[in-house]
Design a protein. Structure first.
Length: 149
């Protein structure tokens, strides 16, 4: 993600995988802080303009996702946003996309409405977009933007 962000951004990255965190520190250690913790162990970081949860929600059960939304809402600055990107099941999606998604290690893939229902208790604005064109293979992503504007 840091390759896509301005050089002066203040970045905090979290993941449960020591391998992923070690790679991030080796590659981007000079650009941010990287923490190896799960959603249940996240410390208070301060306030952020944007919280990104990229390919996270489909790995979390409902209780863990609830905690992620609650923590994100609490740690956003006024006017800040939570943006998520996850695979999703939708009506009419290609059989290949559905099959590829079923092979993912994340066992909590939801419909767009399922993701939004988890966010709504913590955010007054929850919007989303379904995308079928982000990969070169048939696949379905759901991008969600949440805020308390």
């Amino acid at each position: 993600m840091l390759d896509c962000l301005p050089q002066d951004v203040e970045y905090v990255g979290c993941d449960v995988s020591p391998r992923y965190i070690n790679h991030a520190v080796r590659t981007y250690g000079h650009r941010g802080e990287f923490i190896c913790k799960g959603v249940r162990e996240l410390p208070e970081f301060g306030k952020f303009d944007i919280v990104l949860a990229t390919a996270v929600l489909h790995h979390l059960n409902d209780q863990e996702a609830d905690l992620l939304f609650k923590t994100s809402a609490r740690q956003l600055k006024p006017g800040g946003y939570l943006v998520t990107l996850d695979n999703a099941y939708v009506n009419g999606q290609s059989r290949i996309a559905r099959w590829l998604i079923s092979l993912d290690r994340g066992i909590h893939t939801r419909t767009p409405g399922g993701y939004q229902d988890l966010a709504r208790p913590y955010f007054s604005m929850v919007e989303g977009a379904i995308r079928h064109d982000l990969l070169r293979v048939p696949y379905t992503h759901f991008i969600m933007q949440c805020s308390n504007l």
